[in-house]
Design a protein around this ligand. Structure first.
Ligand SMILES: NC(=O)c1ccc[n+]([C@@H]2O[C@H](COP(=O)([O-])OP(=O)(O)OC[C@H]3O[C@@H](n4cnc5c(N)ncnc54)[C@H](OP(=O)(O)O)[C@@H]3O)[C@@H](O)[C@H]2O)c1
Length: 254
């Protein structure tokens, strides 16, 4: 049956930044499709709450407190998943944040922070988990970029550069690891309702401008990523690699 292609029964996923927002929503979606899901973020209470909700779907879940910009934390995180859940079939590199401002006033410290959180985290997790996937000659990596990884935006140079980097890392790795049957794809959302965009969306005028640019005429919700992440994590997407799936209400079509 075609629907079986989307099943993640007995698969093991690791989702970074799963304490809230898009990461939490994607972790829950993967568990609803049958995957055991390890969830990581820096705030213990958040990931414990996510893991608790995942357990209610009748699968295993482990919360791991980790800062995925740190090699040591990433090593320990991956070791814990392999010890407790035996393997990692699916890696969702979701961690990311936004720091903006006029380029001439944007400090080197903030520039480095954006690259560390948005790009280096993806490098580190892909490398450590990828080693295991290469050994097993299988795996699915899903990187969360942004439509701002493809388009420019004012006061967003570091974010655009870091998310563009995520897209190019996705494409390069998809080629390098195709021979191991590892697929590497990216999801590129536009504005979604999460804590990251909360302050911005409280500005009604700005919110209306954003909505006016979206053909489907609404801001995205974390649940809008459920179908796309399950698709890219499942057998249904086995012949798709190196691609960027825009989940943006049609914004990028303009
Ligand atoms: N929301 C949007 O409109 C939008 C649009 C396009 C792309 N995106 C991308 O989607 C991803 C998720 O965004 P979101 O809106 O869901 O963000 P969010 O609500 O701020 O959640 C981010 C999650 O990542 C965790 N995190 C941040 N830094 C971390 C680190 N160094 N190590 C481990 N965990 C870390 C946070 O928890 P702790 O702080 O407790 O660690 C939190 O659980 C990001 O990559 C973002 O750039 C979002």
């Amino acid at each position: 049956m075609c629907i079986e292609l989307f099943s993640l029964r007995d698969k093991v996923a690791l989702v970074t930044g799963a304490g809230k927002g898009l990461g939490k929503s994607m972790a829950l979606a993967l568990s609803e499709s049958g995957a055991h899901v390890a969830v990581a973020s820096r705030t213990q209470s958040d990931i414990e709450a996510t893991a608790q909700e995942i357990l209610e779907n009748g699968v295993k879940s482990i919360p791991i407190a980790a800062d995925v910009t740190r090699q040591e934390d990433v090593d320990k995180m991956v070791e814990k998943v392999l010890t407790e859940l035996n393997t990692i079939d699916i890696l969702v590199n979701n961690v990311g944040t936004f720091l903006g401002g006029p380029f001439l006033e944007f400090s080197l410290e903030d520039w480095r922070k954006m690259l560390e959180i948005n790009l280096t985290s993806t490098y580190l997790c892909s490398k450590v988990v990828g080693r295991h996937m290469v050994e097993r000659q299988q795996g699915k990596i899903i990187n969360v970029s942004s439509v701002l990884g493809m388009f420019g935006a004012t006061n967003s140079a570091a974010y655009c550069a870091s998310k563009g980097g995520v897209i190019q890392l996705t494409r390069a790795l998809s080629i390098e690891w195709a021979k191991y049957h590892i697929t590497v794809n990216a999801i590129a959302p536009y504005t979604m309702e999460t804590e990251m965009t909360k302050t911005m969306l409280q500005d009604e005028k700005l919110k209306n401008i954003i909505v006016s640019r979206i053909p489907l005429k609404r801001i995205g919700k974390p649940a809008d990523l459920s179908g796309p992440v399950v698709f890219l994590a499942s057998k249904a997407s086995d012949y798709i690699t190196g691609q960027v799936l825009c989940v943006d209400g049609g914004f990028s079509v303009h």
